[in-house]
Write a protein that binds this ligand. Structure first.
Ligand SMILES: [Zn+2]
Length: 94
């Protein structure tokens, strides 16, 4: 049987995700500058994408759907989640 995350590991991932989230918010703040005319320019879209990914993972933790592939709904294998707690899909759907 496939190994799933236990509650201790889930908690650890939650802490990591919260930490990433804080870090990205700080980074994005310094990567955002306001130009004359009040349009916001972002210099780092990679971080913006990453923040969205981390936020989606945190929402899924709160809803209890964390660890399930967003595309097909199967459980994402343990080592993928450990490698990247914000990962949203299984190996097949990536
Ligand atoms: Zn999938």
């Amino acid at each position: 049987m496939m190994k799933l995350l236990n509650s201790w590991e889930l908690n650890l991932h939650k802490q990591q995700l919260n930490y990433f989230h804080q870090y990205l918010l700080t980074e994005l703040e310094s990567a955002t500058e306001t130009t004359p005319g009040n349009s916001v320019q972002l210099r780092d879209f990679g971080k913006l994408y990453r923040r969205q990914q981390v936020e989606a993972a945190l929402q899924r933790l709160n809803k209890g759907t964390y660890g399930k592939c967003m595309a097909c709904g199967t459980e994402i294998v343990y080592y993928r989640l450990n490698a990247d707690p914000a990962i949203l899909s299984c190996a097949k759907c990536e």
